[in-house]
Design a binder for this molecule. Sequence first.
Ligand code: LLP
Length: 422
Amino acid sequence: MDHFLYRNGALHAEDVPVADIAAAVGTPFYVYSTATLTRHFKLFDDALDGMDHLVCFAMKSASNQAIIKVLADAGAGMDVVSVGEYLRAKAAGVPGDKIVFSGVGKTADEMRTALDGGIRQFNIESEPEMIVLDQVAQSLGVRAPITVRVNPDVDAKTHAKIATGKSENKFGIPISRARDVYAMAGKLPGLKVIGIDVHIGSQLTELAPFEAAYSKVAELTEQLRADGHDITRLDLGGGLGIPYTRSNEAPPLPTDYGNLIKRTVGHLGCEIEIEPGRLISGNAGIMVTKVIYVKSGEDRDFLILDAAMNDLIRPAMYEAWHDIVPVIEPAPGTEPAKYDVVGPVCESGDTFAKSREMSPVGADDLVAFRSAGAYGAVMSSEYNSRPLIPEVLVDKDQFAVIRARPTYQEMIARDTLPPWLG
Ligand code: LLP
């Protein structure tokens, strides 16, 4: 459930008419709902009730300061994958001991910044990374808390570009080698082994792959304990999928996911950490855009929008589906039209949807892309010198711009001429 509903014939973000935001900030823009963000965080938090746990929001899915602050105020920790995300979390007031550092290529500088500023744990992905962290920690006279990310070789049954838990993926250490790697970690004086980490992919729409992975982690916990390691924390990753279409998708609910966690690893007495991104932020945001033209082609109609692939790349990159709805509610019984929905960028890949059946719209009408809160704004770029589009946050009947659209002058001023061209 989200908070983008039609009321009196007009799409609202909570209590604010989306058209009012468009009038104030111009199109295109992203708008997020505070109530949806907190509701989804709470679903996870409640699902793990009864276990010592921390839900760490995967900031890679949405990393605006205001979004981090809303979730941190609700009690969330943060999962970061770069020093940039780490500094964003800190700037939003998240304490170091609620920030987990994930990612396959952390540099020594990134490790140093996190150790200096405080960190809950590093999720280590390789032996070379482990050695570098040991050296950095020793040079600072501290012991870095770590888990090792294991790759359980489980098929997450999701899009190939977002599956991470198969042996052919670059992530983690093969679970078959885990005991050796933990033995090595246990000997490094700059490290303190505290647990195990696993993450098998994103937009998972079945529980079975989680079950397979977590059962392997449970088994490994017992082996590592027998080897003398103090395993007190399990980071079980993120990845629970969301419904991108209102009609036919019904991914598992966080409650069922929580029960699965209790069933597979609950008996181990470990503190549980999860790192969901999409399920918290995905349906908490929409992208609003205006129709520039409706163009009749040879055998189809093109809906040319003022948003493009640089603003929302998921359809071009993963063939992802986003529901596209008009901001003015269509009258009951309106016959759908069929469009290829495209942006103004100069490549054919700038296509949001092909032969999409949707309510008929015309030039200057506003349309909204649903479920665009995760991996939308964070993956946008200024390709074709199109300014990054603004982000807006709604809370009940109030809204505020939380990232402004840059002016063209600001964009141009970021470039500098070398002296020989001056
Ligand atoms: N933890 C780790 C280590 C991850 O790699 C990811 C996502 C997450 C947590 C959060 O997963 P989530 O709960 O959001 O599924 N850009 C793609 C998704 C990439 C996901 C990468 N890793 C998309 O737009 O679908």
